[in-house]
Design a protein around this ligand. Structure first.
Ligand SMILES: CC(C)(COP(=O)(O)OP(=O)(O)OC[C@H]1O[C@@H](n2cnc3c(N)ncnc32)[C@H](O)[C@@H]1OP(=O)(O)O)[C@@H](O)C(=O)NCCC(=O)NCCS
Length: 401
């Protein structure tokens, strides 16, 4: 697609901010309040924002933020998180996103980080740019009135109800311990915490302010919403460093006696349903992608994580968008990997977005092969890749950005 010659792309300046806020709020259907502005300005260097203009007027933007991402095995990888991807409704589908992304990925390439990542408003957009869905979340609704824990489920206790002043001092430290062991979770800078605690009423969709439950190794935050049949507790976050914290927090949530239902999001392997007498009680209402990963540097990214099984595998990776692909030998010993370019014959061939989907362990190679997203030279090669890429813990996005 060729851009109209009045459209061009440049770095933002401070004067652009009002126009950028307008573009983003119209694109994402919200009305910005002071807390939104404070968060964005605190996290963003204006020169990292890429603006598209038509005859000088801003009509699109995208920006990328520095983050540290935990990968399987617990290594912290420096990444860039792409966000605020917005094109004016007056200028859609004429190549503005493509032009913005060319500049954004050029900028990201220059930082040398091995990964770029984003969360997607629409799942059909980002595969063409080499991003694959890399964490999965499910939404569950639990009819709390019938929630009974099995007799053999532990009852660790240790949860206290706290006010916000206490939460401010306790949550960041617990989150930090959790994100360091959780693939897919990022560091959470102070402005992001300030936004969580500012909890702007305008963005609550009529729900209550946040309530806080704290365990020494975990926390849950939730809101109340009134529904036709009674009160609903909507869990905003449940962070558990240990299994005991997870159980104790869920037992406490299930003790909210005047609440009909609890709504929460979980990774697909959350153990809650296995601890209840009724396995079906957490009813899955939605299954969706969360974090999307684009590998910028295959040897650095594959060398950063650990693997569930030792082995030698040659991967042929296609990246028609940016040419980060090629043929790579992955050698894993004692779980640790070395990855380098090779001329050897590939055992498996796949697109870069499919490698992004494998990377944090949330999707299996077998499933991708069944979907014709991975071609393996033999069943044995596929079985090896399938087992190697399993993660030590389920991948979970730390927070949306
Ligand atoms: C999504 C959005 C940024 C696309 O911008 P755009 O300038 O219209 O996109 P482009 O014209 O550059 O399209 C680039 C490619 O993506 C495709 N595409 C764009 N939007 C798409 C969508 N919503 N679903 C599927 N494909 C999409 C185009 O067809 C085009 O494909 P091709 O070049 O491979 O043929 C824009 O519609 C927008 O701002 N939407 C609201 C906010 C939003 O959803 N932002 C994304 C946040 S994660």
């Amino acid at each position: 697609m060729t851009l109209h010659d009045t459209i061009s792309v440049r770095p933002a300046t401070d004067n652009d901010w009002p126009a950028l806020e307008l573009l983003d709020s119209v694109a994402f259907a919200y009305h910005p309040v002071d807390a939104d502005r404070t968060l964005t300005r605190a996290l963003t260097r204006t020169e990292d924002v890429v603006v598209a203009t038509d005859a000088g007027t801003p009509i699109g933007l995208a920006l990328d933020l520095p983050m540290d991402l935990t990968v399987p095995g617990g290594t912290q990888v420096p990444v860039r998180g792409v966000t605020w991807v917005s094109v004016a409704p007056t200028h859609r589908r004429r190549g503005v996103l493509r032009a913005l992304f060319a500049q954004i990925h050029n900028n990201i390439g220059r930082t040398g980080v091995p990964l770029a990542m984003l969360t997607a408003s629409d799942a059909g957009i980002y595969g063409r740019f080499g991003y694959g869905p890399a964490t999965v979340s499910t939404s569950v609704t639990i009819d709390r009135r019938f929630a009974r824990f099995r007799d053999d489920a532990p009852d660790p206790g240790g949860v206290v109800l706290t006010d916000q002043a206490t939460a401010v001092t306790r949550l960041p430290e617990i989150y930090e311990r959790w994100r360091l062991i959780t693939p897919g979770a990022q560091n959470r800078p102070q402005p992001q915490w300030d936004y969580t605690f500012a909890d702007p009423e305008e963005h609550r969709d009529g729900k209550s302010g946040l309530h806080y439950l704290i365990h020494p190794d975990g926390y849950a935050t939730f809101r109340y919403r009134s529904a036709d049949d009674g009160m609903v507790a909507v869990v905003a976050e449940l962070v558990a460093v240990t299994d005991a914290a997870h159980t104790a927090l869920w037992r406490t949530l299930c003790g909210l006696d005047l609440t009909q239902r609890i709504e929460a999001t979980q990774h697909p392997d959350d153990p809650l349903r296995l601890m209840l007498t009724d396995y079906r009680l957490p009813r899955t209402t939605r299954r969706s992608d969360d974090l999307w990963v684009r590998i910028m540097d295959v040897p650095a990214a594959l060398g950063a994580r650990t693997y569930a099984l030792d082995g030698d595998i040659v991967l042929a990776v296609r990246d028609p968008y940016l040419d980060a692909g090629g043929t790579f030998a992955l050698t894993v010993r004692d779980g640790h990997a070395e990855c380098r370019r090779t001329d050897a014959t590939a055992h498996v061939t796949l697109d870069l977005d499919a490698l992004g989907s494998l990377y944090l362990g949330a999707h299996r190679a077998r499933t991708l092969a069944a979907a014709h997203r991975i071609e393996a030279a033999s069943d044995r090669d596929l079985a090896l890749v399938d087992m190697m890429f399993a993660a030590d813990r389920p991948a979970v996005l730390g927070y949306g950005f």
